[in-house]
Design a protein around this ligand. Structure first.
Ligand code: MSP
Length: 534
């Protein structure tokens, strides 16, 4: 792992369409994990961006009469705006048309070419003129033919450049077997191992400009551009500063220092791009470029959001727009739902009803209600000034809440370290539930009426203090998922933000609020989402 900075990347998004809920999920996941690192006082760097080259972008641009560059830039703006709106705080932005990236990709291609890892060869096969791609047997229909969707199919011979993938097959098999940490969750490693065992051909890494010119030129043959995956995968190293200055030229604007970031501690990708791109091509590319085994980055593979059990697709008309959702329900509602409702690694089914019911149950009725009730009672019964409650603070009911908080903090930490925000949130709600339970069982509104009963008054103090402590701890630990709401909670609780670079975990020990601490008046943070009755 990199010595100083936790380096996390996400897959870069294709700019041949608009961002959807899957893109939003991946970036919020990355943002949450990076914010957790910072919460622990660690330094962290998030790289994300856009994959702007390739045939699909060229085709989509042609359809609307735009240049590929103008088209890609227009789509890129949509991703940038969405991530800004969702509070995704990336440190580096990888756009594959960035001249700094183009240069680094060409350095890599040239090095591989010079090392004899890339050679020219000819390929003959069936080619769809309409789709502009070679077809394999996989594209044949049940009758064994290429269906009408492929248009005219001709036999074509084409010269291209090939990367010696096969030569590294045994290395990869060994690497996967010896490094169980390479792929998370571990059950996905089996697919990669299986695919590695089946590597039987080298990888075609070029496209003649006569049929695709929207790409990065091969430095050793300007009649070709490089295959879009070779270009895209390289983003993880080029934007971390790899080979910067190799040819005497330092990138402008400056790139990070490569040794400070590499290897990435986690590269977040969806399950669809594990095999072959990230599980096969990527480690082999790095290995062939001279990266050692210790410099191969780790992959964190997440599942897919489906809709009513089906894949989202334009043709089904079921694509979920995160921009619309966050406008309708709020950024916090969307971030919370995305982090709570899917287990990292697994698939999940998106539904607006689930988003609403999660929000109402966990945030409006759970945390929001607790915050509101606790602050209201403290205001009414104690002028918002807290007191620990003397011996009542040691009563069984308070000890139970304190223990629940301690357990929740431990479980939260374990889950976040394992990159499982859903489990961390579930753990954190152990505190919310225990605190709400205390309100029910101790009934502070009844205690408040017993003004002549000193024991009852101490008990009331102890209960109000415990509720405020629970809220303080939740406000600290909810930050990676709900940064804005965490600040809102702190403001109401009369707390300042932890110092940057400070590990927040020790602050989660019970009893952090001083005697006499003054709370502020409650302001509803999570108003219930009312669904109009049909
Ligand atoms: N451009 C490539 C990645 C290159 S990385 C060097 C790509 N782009 S994509 O736009 O199709 O997907 C971007 C990311 O979003 C991928 O990790 C992909 O798995 C993820 N998702 C796309 N659809 C998704 C869902 N429905 N659900 C969750 N994530 C999904 O692949």
């Amino acid at each position: 792992m990199s010595a100083q900075t936790f380096y996390l990347t996400t897959a870069i998004d294709y700019t041949n369409g608009a961002p959807h809920i899957g893109h939003a999920y991946e970036k919020v996941l990355a943002d949450t994990l990076v914010r957790y690192q910072r919460l622990r006082g660690r330094s962290a760097y998030l790289l994300t961006g856009v994959d702007q080259h390739g045939q699909k972008v060229q085709q989509s641009a042609a359809k609307v009469g735009q240049t590929p560059r103008a088209f890609a830039e227009e789509k890129t703006a949509l991703f940038v705006a969405l991530y800004r709106k969702l509070g995704v705080s990336h440190d580096g932005w990888a756009a594959t048309t960035d001249p700094r990236h183009v240069r680094a990709v060409q350095v890599a291609l040239q090095r591989l070419f010079d090392a004899g890892q890339i050679y020219k060869g000819a390929y003959e096969g069936f080619y769809s003129v309409r789709q502009e791609q070679f077809l394999t047997d996989k594209e044949r229909n049940a009758e064994g033919e290429f269906g009408p969707e492929w248009g005219e199919v001709v036999q074509l011979r084409e010269e291209n450049y090939y990367f010696k993938l096969r030569e590294h097959r045994d290395w990869l098999i060994e690497y996967i077997s010896a490094n169980p940490g390479f792929i998370t969750p571990p059950y996905r490693a089996a697919d990669v191992l299986h695919a590695a065992q089946k590597i039987s051909e080298d990888l075609c890494i070029s496209r003649p400009k006569t049929r695709l010119d929207w790409g990065i030129e091969l430095p050793f043959d300007r009649d070709y551009v490089t295959f879009v995956w070779f270009d895209a995968l390289m983003n993880y190293v080029t934007f971390a500063g790899w080979a910067d200055g190799a040819d005497g030229v330092k990138a402008e604007p400056a790139l990070p220092e490569f040794e400070r970031l590499w290897p990435a501690d986690a590269q977040i990708i969806g399950k669809d791009i594990l095999v072959p791109a990230h599980g096969i091509y990527w480690p082999i590319m790095l290995h062939a470029l001279g990266f050692s085994d210790a410099q191969i980055p780790r992959l964190l593979v997440h599942g897919w959001w489906n809709v009513k059990g089906e894949k989202m697709s334009k043709s089904l008309g079921n694509v979920i727009d995160p921009d619309v959702l966050s406008t309708t329900y709020g950024v916090g509602a969307l971030r919370y739902f995305l982090m709570r409702d899917i287990a990292t690694g697994a698939d999940a089914d998106f539904s607006e009803e689930r988003l609403i019911s999660r929000f109402n149950a966990d945030l409006a009725n759970g945390l929001g209600n607790l915050l509101n009730r606790a602050l209201n009672m403290a205001l009414r019964y104690r002028g918002s000034v807290l007191s620990r409650g003397g011996p009542a603070a040691e009563a069984e009911e308070i000890r139970l809440v304190r223990d629940a908080a301690l357990t929740a903090v431990d479980r939260y930490q374990e889950a976040m370290e394992a990159k499982l925000p859903h489990a961390a949130l579930e753990a954190l709600w152990g505190i919310v539930n225990a605190a709400n339970g205390l309100v029910e069982s101790a009934a502070p509104f009844k205690l408040a009426k017993l003004t002549d009963d000193a024991a009852a008054q101490q008990r009331l103090d102890a209960v109000l203090y415990a509720l405020a402590e629970c809220l303080r701890i939740v406000s600290l630990l909810i930050e990676p998922v709900l940064p804005t709401e965490a600040a809102g909670m702190r403001a109401q609780l009369g707390l300042s933000a932890p110092a940057p670079g400070e590990d927040v975990l020790p602050l989660c020990e019970w009893g952090g609020l001083p005697e006499g601490h003054k709370l502020n008046a409650p302001v509803p943070l999570f108003p219930r989402i009312e669904v109009p009755k049909a």
